[in-house]
Every structure is written in structure tokens, then in C-alpha cells.
Design a protein around this ligand. Structure first.
Ligand code: ATP
Length: 507
């Protein structure tokens, strides 16, 4: 009889969970590096540096996945031993091995579809109709529609998908502004931004329009076209852009796809966009998409990666205007950003996403009164996040007074709590730490120590390059107690990460 114990199985399961967490962390780091690589103003040396960093992260990810697979193999005999013993393990997974393999595969490849979009669309439509979740909007004659009859008959004359997009863009923008939203419509027809795989970008997709707050958008220039009619239809104020970082996909207002005629294949394509958006660690539980053609629009709600409901309506249906306005997804981050801009007198445009960590999202912002560039760090409404941000603000203020060059400053009265979260205002926008001389980073940490400041989380991610020098951010864990042992440990932690990233042995 085997000698496997519950605690042995538990141990392996715990190890698997730990490795899964490590994989998620590495995935998040890769996402950050990909975001940095996507920036327009990179020097050749930066590109080379990020590519190398990405390669190292991918290698690490591969090793972790191998480890995960070994652990799963290790668990298999243990599980069957338990079953032979007639006693169930504590965490018996009811999934078969095949299901586990598919699940693991989907973590690897995200949700790259195995079937053609036409088949996906056809099957889903059948199911939705059966479940009465495919609803035709009844229309309310006394309420405004999206398009008038005249406008709708002009739309019918458009003879390419691009022209349908160009025609609809200003109407969609008008509807959004009318509802008081600070969202814009970005044309993303020719730019891939929906990630479909962690392994390759081969399947990346390009929905036609992205409706979003500008803070989450990376601006693009109008794509080239030879269609003279399309050129005439374009307006100077049309916006082009994509999501600035895949991590921001929870905050999309609406993702749109235009066709001349809605087909099963078009529906399948949109279902796949929705599944990809929801997938993965930072994916939202819910996302909303719009599929439209020259006659009608389908309002598609995706929950946990699957279609939960479709409402179909005509451009000229009374009440379609309000229906669409209410369909655009609102979120807490937009509310906190907008309230912060009001409170601190800021403007946030496209290309302002600086990064994010476990606790907050950071954006470049311009103070309207003097044009100064500042960094706004925003966190959600949970009490522990708000307290942490306030602590960070107070400690940074104190540390900056002692070491003004080495510690990022905070603006006076630069902390505020709102209904949906909180924000702090940092006095400068720094560049990536890769622009720094690695020894100078180590020296700056030692300088903090000499001034009895223990950073508390001395990772390279918490250093930015300001005026060519290292400047520390994220002081939530810092302390002002003199503790030589902790200082030594902190130096060692930083030294190791400098060695790892710069291949430089800092002293
Ligand atoms: N003033 C700034 N200038 C430029 N980039 C910044 C600035 N502040 C923050 N960032 C970027 O935003 C990222 C996240 O910021 P920060 O570390 O403060 O967030 P966090 O949620 O507290 O992270 P962590 O998970 O490390 O605790 C940083 O790694 C950095 O890339």
C-alpha cells in the first residue's frame, strides 16, 4: 500500500500554487516590458535593453512552466494512490487529466480559438436564441434614435467596412459626450491591440474602434489609405489609438467591430475579442462590445469570457440612443482619475500611462495652471489601499525633505480621497531606471540609509531616472528607524536585482 499522506499532497499542491503565482508575476512583468517597448521615443540602446529583459523573463517563464508541469506529474501518482486507498485527498480536483491539460494549455495560449469564427458565431447564436438571451430591442417611438432616417439611408451607401467605421465615428462620439462621459472614440482598425497569446503575437487582433478614457490610450497616427471616398469622409478631429497596456483592459468602455453585413463569422470574431479581453490575471469579469453594420447594431455583453446577452437594434429605433449610452461600461478608475483632475486642476491626455504595481496605477498629468508635468498615482476604494496611499504620501513627504534629490517629491495637499478611491500627486515624471548607471542606484540607496531612511521595498521598479539621477518612489513600506541589519538586507536585495538586470555587480 502506498504511503502518500494528505500533507504530502497538500505540499505539492501548495508548490504548484506558488509556481502559478510566480508565473503570473513574470507574465505581469513581461506585460510591463512590452508596454515600454511600445513607446515611440525609445533609443536603439533602450530597445536592445528591453528586448534582452523580455528574453530573460520569457526564459524564466519557461523554466517555471517546466517546474509546474513536473509538479503536476508528481501529483498524479499521489492522487491515484489516494484513490486506491479509498480515501479522498483534501483538494481532489474533479477535473480529468484531459481537462487539466486543456486548462493548462489555455493558460499558455490564452484563448486562441480552435474553431473558425463562423462556427463559434453560429453555435453561440443558436444557444443564445434557445436561452432567450438574444433580444430584439422593441424601440420607443417617443425617444431619440442614434441616426435619423436620412442619415441611415446615407450609411447604406457606404461600400467598405472602413467607410462604415468612418461614418459612424462622429455619431458615436456625440452620443458619448451627450451623456457627460469623458470617453473618446479611437479608430484602431489597422493596429493590433487585443492580445491572444502569451507565446506569440501572431494571433493579435485589431478591433475597429476602442471607446476609452484617454488615460488608457496610446495615440496612433491615421493609417494610410488609397480610398478617395474614405479620405473625404475623414475629419481632422478623428482620433486613432489603441489600449496603452494590456493590463488596462478592465477599463475599456466599449470595443467595436464594423461590417457591411453582420454574419456568423463577424459575431464569432467579436466573441473571440471578448473572450481574450476577459482572459488572464488582469482580465475583467465583464466587458462590452458592439458589432454593427449598415442597418443595425448588436450590443454584446461578455461575462467571464462567454456571451451573456445580445441586444439587437436598428440605428433608427427610437430609444436606441439611450440604450447605447447606458451600454458603455463605466469603471472606478475613470471616476477617480476624473475626480483627481478636478480636485488638483489636471489634464490627462493620451500616452500618459506610466505604469502600475500591486496597489496603484500611475499616469502623467499636466497641471492646467502652469503646464507642469506631474505624476498621478491612483488606487481603488478599499480601506487598506487608501490607508496605504496616505502612508506613502506622508512618508514620501518626510523622506523628500531629508533627501530632496533621491526621493520623489509630492505636491502640497496632493492627497485626496474620493467615493471610488484615492490619489496622490507626485512632483515629477521620471524615466525608466534602465537609463541610469547601476552603481548610482546602489549609491543613492546607501545615501538614504546614511540619512536613516529605510526604503522598505528597494527594487529597481521603485527607482526612476530624474535629471539623469536615481530617484526613489513608492515609500509605503519605508521607515525612519535606524536598523543596520535591515539596511544590509535591503542593499543585498538591490545588488542582486542590479546584477540580474544590468549584469553589473554593484558595491
Ligand atoms: N513619478 C513617476 N514617474 C515615472 N514613472 C512612475 C512614477 N511613479 C510611478 N511610476 C511607474 O509606475 C510604476 C508603479 O508605481 P508604484 O511602484 O508606485 O506602484 P505600486 O502599486 O505601489 O507598486 P508595487 O507593486 O511596487 O508596490 C512604477 O514601477 C513606475 O514604472
Amino acid at each position: 500500500m502506498n504511503s502518500t499522506t494528505t500533507s504530502e499532497i497538500d505540499q505539492v499542491i501548495r508548490k504548484i500554487e506558488e509556481v502559478e503565482e510566480d508565473i503570473r508575476n513574470v507574465e505581469a512583468k513581461i506585460e510591463e516590458v512590452e508596454h515600454k517597448l511600445g513607446q515611440d521615443d525609445l533609443k536603439e540602446s533602450d530597445i536592445e535593453y528591453y528586448r534582452e529583459e523580455k528574453k530573460q523573463l520569457r526564459d524564466k517563464e519557461k523554466q517555471l512552466r517546466e517546474k509546474e508541469s513536473d509538479l503536476r506529474q508528481e501529483r498524479k501518482p499521489q492522487m491515484s494512490n489516494w484513490l486506491m486507498d479509498g480515501r479522498p485527498p483534501l483538494h481532489l480536483n474533479t477535473k480529468t487529466d484531459d481537462e487539466l491539460r486543456v486548462q493548462q494549455q489555455s493558460t499558455l495560449e490564452r484563448v486562441t480559438p480552435q474553431y473558425s469564427p463562423a462556427l463559434v458565431g453560429k453555435r453561440e447564436l443558436f444557444k443564445l436564441k434557445q436561452d432567450k438571451k438574444f433580444i430584439t430591442f422593441e424601440g420607443k417611438d417617443d425617444q431619440p434614435s442614434i441616426l435619423s432616417n436620412v442619415e441611415a439611408s446615407e450609411l447604406v451607401t457606404k461600400c467598405t467596412d472602413h467607410q462604415v467605421v468612418a461614418f459612424i465615428m462622429p455619431y458615436l462620439q456625440g452620443i458619448i459626450w451627450e451623456s457627460g462621459n469623458n470617453y473618446f472614440v479611437y479608430n484602431s482598425e489597422e493596429y493590433k491591440w487585443v492580445e491572444t497569446s502569451t507565446e506569440t503575437s501572431a494571433f493579435n487582433e485589431k478591433p475597429d474602434l476602442l471607446v476609452s478614457h484617454p488615460a488608457f490610450v496610446k495615440k496612433k497616427s491615421p493609417f494610410k489609405c488609397n480610398d478617395e471616398n474614405l479620405k473625404k469622409m475623414r475629419r481632422l478631429n478623428d482620433r486613432y489609438g489603441i489600449l496603452a497596456a494590456w493590463k488596462l483592459r478592465s477599463f475599456i468602455g466599449l470595443t467595436c467591430e464594423a461590417k457591411q453585413n453582420i454574419s456568423n463569422s463577424a459575431f464569432g470574431e467579436v466573441i473571440n475579442y471578448g473572450a481574450h479581453i476577459c482572459h488572464g490575471r488582469h482580465g475583467p469579469t465583464r466587458t462590452r462590445l458592439l458589432l454593427f453594420d449598415k442597418k443595425e447594431l448588436w450590443l454584446i455583453e461578455i461575462v467571464n469570457g462567454g456571451v451573456s446577452q445580445v441586444v439587437r437594434c436598428k440605428w433608427t429605433d427610437g430609444g436606441s440612443r439611450t440604450l447605447l449610452q447606458e451600454f458603455i461600461l463605466q469603471n472606478w478608475l475613470v471616476k477617480v482619475i476624473d475626480q483627481s483632475c478636478k480636485q488638483f486642476g489636471l489634464a490627462i491626455e493620451c500616452d500618459s500611462y506610466l505604469g502600475s504595481g500591486a496597489f496603484g496605477y500611475v499616469f502623467k498629468a499636466k497641471r492646467v495652471s502652469d503646464g507642469k508635468q506631474l505624476a498621478l498615482k491612483v488606487t481603488g476604494w478599499e480601506e487598506k489601499y487608501i490607508l496605504r496611499l496616505e502612508l506613502e504620501y506622508r512618508r514620501m513627504e518626510k523622506a523628500h525633505l531629508v533627501c530632496p534629490e533621491e526621493v520623489m517629491g509630492v505636491e502640497e495637499d496632493g492627497f485626496a480621497v474620493f467615493e471610488h478611491g484615492a490619489a496622490i500627486l507626485l512632483s515629477d515624471v521620471g524615466d525608466h531606471y534602465s537609463r541610469l548607471d547601476p552603481q548610482s542606484i546602489m549609491d543613492s540607496l546607501k545615501y538614504l540609509h546614511q540619512n536613516r531612511i529605510l526604503h522598505g521595498d528597494a527594487r529597481l521598479e521603485n527607482v526612476v531616472c530624474l535629471n539623469g539621477k536615481p530617484c526613489w518612489i513608492d515609500f509605503a513600506e519605508s521607515s525612519f528607524e535606524f536598523a543596520p541589519m535591515s539596511q544590509a538586507a535591503e542593499c543585498e536585495q538591490l545588488r542582486e536585482s542590479i546584477l540580474d538586470r544590468f549584469r553589473y555587480n554593484a558595491l
